[in-house]
Design a protein. Sequence first.
Length: 117
Amino acid sequence: MTDTPVKTIKELREASEASEAQAKKDKTALLDAAVKEAMTSTAYGHLSAVAREAGIAAQYLRTLIEEKQPGWLDQAAEEREAAKAAKANKPKATRRTAKGGEGGTARRTRKSGAAAA
């Protein structure tokens, strides 16, 4: 066997407490960053993507956002609906043919002679 020093229970407990405190700090920093990132955009699916990247449930992230800034989620939903309505009011682009006639399928004519065979 090797001569590795064995830590006492007291030393192990102290190390465990120190790493637990560091883990709590890291988790708090992660959640704060996730909230800030989620609030940068009101686009559909952005919040869920941020939650997925952070490794937390989207509903938990929504709860954190509501605690930090009440009403933000409702405002974001209103902005999405307004953008959706504005997009729906735009006229759709129509497809035009080169001759200006009605649209349809393009047809290729068969070449005559040896090229057809």
